[in-house]
Design a binder for this molecule. Structure first.
Ligand code: FMN
Length: 348
């Protein structure tokens, strides 16, 4: 009933409106629902918390289910108190940056409806790490909910040198650890539409960045958010460094920069204007998950990119993902997707 309602009534209306506006509306409703107990119970009754019947232990953290909200949706940490009621076992807040960041000029999001994708040109818009730490401290987060924080470098001209970029990442990482905020941290080296490009997705600069981050005292697991447009040889060079430096794992992966990979490339803008989420990420992400698992049996893998059905979710786990992350499936398939995945996972 809920699925039908979303597909036939709600989605056609929502998809006629500006995606940024819908996001703002969703966040407002989410914040209110999390704060008002009867509303929270309704959300819980409709979508359902992860039952915890089949928990996962990953790097010392217990997850009540396999699905996390991927970085980029709850970028300012407004929703950490309601996402558990929607079926998420955890989330990645952010990406957060050292300084507040306005992001790229709008429009920042475009739906590609036939391609099951969003063209994302957000450019790391967020309130900055210090404001986000403050906000998280005020939230009543369910104790079973796992809070990851995604860290990126501030998207502005000040960070055009490698040295400034590293300082920026280190500032956020240090502040989060000092304040003991977050259960794990993900270092986003692969934002496809930020100032200075993806300079830390190259072996030498990644080594420098991770070496500096490792000097900061931390007891939490760290993951690296990987690009998906590199060939296996280049990708493996990054994995080798991650493994050598004792980083726990990777999120595979970020947005797809190749518009030809969409089912209907003509839905994208002619000029490059941000990476594609959803279906165009699926194949690349699955291939890299499978190869990473074959070569690095011990490495934690969060599988992300194009999970639109419970079957897509199970496929990523079959290929070697320990946990899953999604955004686009929640929007295109509907917010019941997480519960459907949880149930399928429990039965598997
Ligand atoms: C609106 C939007 C904003 C995003 N912003 C970020 C971000 O700030 N940091 C990040 O690491 N990934 C970001 N991503 C990428 C997602 O975390 C994810 O890797 C990608 O969307 C593939 O997953 P999906 O197909 O389930 O959406 C963003 C994606 C979307 C759709």
């Amino acid at each position: 009933m809920i699925k039908l309602l979303y597909k036939k009534a709600l989605k056609p209306v929502l998809f006629k409106l500006d995606p940024d506006l819908i996001h703002t509306l969703f966040v407002k409703i989410g914040v209110a629902s999390g704060n008002i107990a009867p509303l929270k119970s309704v959300i819980n009754a409709i979508y359902g918390e992860p039952s915890g019947k089949k928990t996962l232990q990953v790097d010392g953290i217990t997850y009540q289910g396999p699905v996390l909200l991927s970085a980029g949706f709850d970028y300012n940490a407004h929703l950490s108190h309601i996402l558990f009621s929607m079926g998420f076992a955890g989330e990645e807040v952010g990406s957060v940056t050292a300084r507040p960041c306005l992001g790229n000029p709008p429009p920042r999001l475009r739906r590609m409806i036939k391609s099951n994708s969003i063209q994302v040109y957000k450019g790391l818009k967020n309130d900055g790490v210090d404001a986000i730490i403050k906000r998280i401290k005020t939230k009543k987060i369910p104790p079973q909910f796992v809070l990851g924080i995604s860290i990126a470098k501030t998207n502005d001209e000040r960070n055009s040198s490698q040295e400034e970029g590293i300082k920026d990442y280190c500032y956020s990482f240090k502040r989060l650890n000092e304040e003991n905020i977050g259960d794990f941290y993900t270092i986003n080296i692969s934002c496809p539409n930020a100032f200075g490009g993806e300079d830390f997705a190259k072996p030498a600069s990644l080594r420098l960045l991770l070496t500096e981050l490792k000097k900061i005292p931390s007891t939490k697991p760290m993951y690296i958010k990987m690009p998906i447009n590199q060939n296996w040889e280049d990708f493996q060079q990054l994995l080798q460094i991650i493994d050598e430096l004792g980083i726990q794992g990777v999120v595979i992966g970020n947005l797809n920069k190749k518009y030809e990979d969409a089912d209907f490339p003509s839905e994208a803008t002619k000029e490059y204007r941000g990476g594609l989420s959803g279906k165009p990420c699926q194949k690349l992400s699955n291939n890299l998950i499978e190869k990473t698992r074959q070569h690095y049996p011990q490495m934690t893998i969060m599988g992300c990119g194009g999970i639109l059905t419970p079957e897509d979710a199970m496929e990523k786990m079959r290929l070697g993902a320990n946990l899953l992350q999604l955004i686009t499936g929640m929007i295109f398939t509907g917010p019941h997707l997480m519960n459907d995945i949880n149930k399928k996972f429990e039965r598997s």
